[in-house]
Design a protein around this ligand. Structure first.
Ligand SMILES: Nc1ncnc2c1ncn2[C@@H]1O[C@H](COP(=O)(O)OP(=O)(O)OP(=O)(O)O)[C@@H](O)[C@H]1O
Ligand SMILES: [Mg+2]
Length: 599
């Protein structure tokens, strides 16, 4: 009895199926993963013409039994699982039993293989999936797969291939990743007869990084080796010098499989924030997460690049800790913090950060940030405070000067309380100001969002702890599709998700006093209800709408600290007295006016 068996119909139907071979790099991936699954310690890949004419993968794994070879190229035939439940304890790269069948059907595939128990090897040649040759051959234990004339019978796919050099680049990028994940396998990559790189399989990631990225990079890395119960995270992160413009050098492996995952990316962003990287830059990391296979579901997409973690927030937390602990390590900071103290610190900081995510406004942290970071005592009614203003003159809409400002003029104000849970009363000199808390906050947020928008930094979002998926109406989805750049520029990390859903991974990085989840839906609703034409107009209106939806509402109780921050922030604006819609944020009465009306 052979080892490769056909999956039953029920199992077939439960497995994320689909074509995964779009380009030569996909073939290389599938063949190399099979070689890894076969327990190989050396894997050599030879490429010709970007993989279009030849892809050859030679391994020293356990080989395929002669009787199994025809099964290997059968669809849904695999030696790796018997049922979907097996996935909960399966660590192999493959499990669908589809890859070889797909490759065989669109190329000329030659398989030469020998197992330990067989005297001789066996060679099978297939064309478009049909066996055209089969014979005994002399061979070492292991398997050689030869793919020639890829896409010869699928001209459309062939037509979409890029130049050889570009196709080879995809192959090389992927080979480097697979070598970084499998440090105990010696890989060799040869292109048109020339060796491109080689790894020695000695298990040392730094040696390999030296080979792939060079000396500078290898000298600016910090080791990560973090363990918590069943999760073990290892690899390297780059120090501040290694911060990058893109996420290209953020490589994640899950049980050695290269994956993309927003939960982990967001977690890393948070961990790097404020220490690891500058604004708008991305941390460098190559990390493998080792955990029991039943912690996640890999059966999401046929390329197996996506996973669903069963406990996302736990994974988020552990990944955050792994990176942050290394950022705080003595290698990174050059000082000797005590291990225990560091742990507490990371834990506290994590709690602080996560308490910001999408929660309701009932937590004690101030959401309306202060002008300066010095923590002050709570503002008390009747208390006099001072704010320092910049050297510009503030004018109201009708051009009338409201406050004369000289260089760094100081303005004394006295907080008098809040009327109707909505209007903050402030006395400045001989005048009384009534500040509408919603309009004022909206105005501040507008400034901030607009500045973010104009700065063109595409990373002004705060990642959500757990991405949200929303089902939208046809009209809404159309609007999102047509204006996706608008959402992105403003700080929504958003993706279309299936036919009529969107996935929100991040929201504009501003201080929320409302349920931040609703900001997206409320904004969308408002934009659709009042659609207009020109794009400039849409931009402005969009910024204003997000500000409006994210701002504190009337009748919301603010903390004394928030009230003070609001007053100070507002007074320092160039033109604080109207909200983005042109309505006033503030009205004032002078003592004279009042006395005239009373007398
Ligand atoms: N290099 C190899 N060495 C040993 N056995 C192999 C090798 N390549 C393929 N096989 C055998 O052929 C079978 C079919 O391979 P194929 O890649 O089509 O499916 P799979 O790896 O099981 O699943 P997936 O489609 O997810 O890759 C494997 O299950 C394995 O038993
Ligand atoms: Mg496979």
């Amino acid at each position: 009895m052979g080892n490769i068996v056909l999956l039953d119909d029920l199992t077939i139907n439960q497995i994320a199926a689909g074509e995964v071979i779009e380009r030569p790099a996909n073939v290389v991936k599938e063949l190399v993963e099979n070689a890894i699954d076969a327990g190989s310690t050396t894997i050599t890949v030879e490429i010709k013409q970007g993989g279009k004419s030849l892809i050859k993968v030679i391994d020293n794994g356990k080989g395929i039994l002669r009787e199994d070879i025809p099964n290997a190229i059968e669809r849904h035939a695999t030696s790796k699982i018997k049922s979907v439940e097996d996935l909960e304890k399966t660590y192999t790269m493959g499990f669908r039993g589809e890859a070889l069948a797909s490759i065989a059907s669109i190329s000329r595939l030659t398989i030469i293989s020998k197992t330990e128990q067989e005297e001789l090897g066996f060679k099978v040649v297939t064309e478009a999936g049909d066996i055209i040759e089969a014979e005994e051959v002399g061979a070492k234990v292991g398997t050689t797969m030869l793919v020639e004339n890829l896409f010869f019978n699928t001209p459309v796919r062939y037509k979409f291939l890029k130049q050889d050099a570009t196709e080879f680049k995809f192959i090389k990028d992927w080979m480097q990743k697979v070598a970084l994940a499998n440090l105990n396998i010696a890989f060799k990559l040869i292109n048109d007869g020339k060796q491109v790189f080689q790894s020695n399989g000695n298990g040392n990631i730094r040696d390999l990084i030296y080979v792939l990225y060079g000396k500078d990079t290898s000298e600016n890395l910090i080791d990560v080796d973090y363990k918590e119960e069943n999760i073990h995270i290892t690899g390297v992160i780059g120090n501040t010098l290694m911060a990058r413009e893109s996420r290209k050098d953020q490589i994640i492996f899950l049980n050695k499989r290269n994956i993309r995952n927003q939960v982990l990316t967001s977690s890393a962003d948070q961990a790097f924030k404020g220490g690891g990287t500058g604004i708008g830059k991305f941390g460098f990391f190559i990390l493998n997460l080792e955990m029991p296979a039943d912690f996640y579901d890999i059966n999401v997409h046929p390329t197996k690049m996506e996973v669903r973690f069963k406990n996302e927030s736990e994974i988020y937390r552990v990944f955050y800790h792994a990176i942050k602990s290394s950022i705080l390590s003595k290698d990174f900071l050059g000082n000797n913090e005590q291990e225990e103290k560091k742990k507490d610190y990371v834990e506290n900081e994590f709690k602080f950060l996560t308490s910001h995510f999408g929660r309701e406004n009932n937590n004690p942290i101030n959401r309306i940030y202060g002008v300066n970071s010095n923590k002050k005592d709570d503002l008390k009614e009747g208390e006099k405070r001072t704010v320092t203003l910049e050297n510009e003159n503030a004018t109201s809409q009708d051009g009338q000067e409201l406050i004369k400002r000289e260089n760094q003029r100081k303005v004394d104000y006295v907080y008098k309380g809040i009327l109707f849970r909505t209007y903050i009363v402030v006395e400045i000199g001989d005048e009384i100001y009534l500040i509408d808390q919603h309009a004022a906050h909206e105005r501040l947020l507008y400034e901030k969002i607009r500045a973010n928008y104009k700065s063109n930094i595409k990373t002004n979002s705060q990642m959500m702890l757990v991405p949200e998926v929303y089902d939208l109406t046809h009209k809404e989805i159309e609007f999102v599709k047509n204006n996706i750049e608008l959402f992105k520029n403003i700080g929504f990390d958003i993706e279309l998700f299936g036919e009529n859903s969107v996935k929100i991974n991040g929201i504009p990085d501003i201080d929320y006093r409302v349920n931040s989840k609703n900001v997206f839906l409320d904004t969308l609703d408002e934009m659709i209800t009042n659609e207009r034409s020109t794009s400039k107009d849409v931009e402005e209106r969009f910024i204003a709408t997000v500000a409006c939806k994210a701002a504190v509402k009337a009748n919301m109780d603010l903390t004394p600290q928030e009230v003070d921050n609001l007053i100070q922030n507002l007074l320092t604006l160039k033109n604080p007295y109207t909200c983005p819609h042109g309505r006033p944020t503030t009205i004032k009465f002078s003592k004279d006016e009042i006395s005239k009306r009373i007398n």
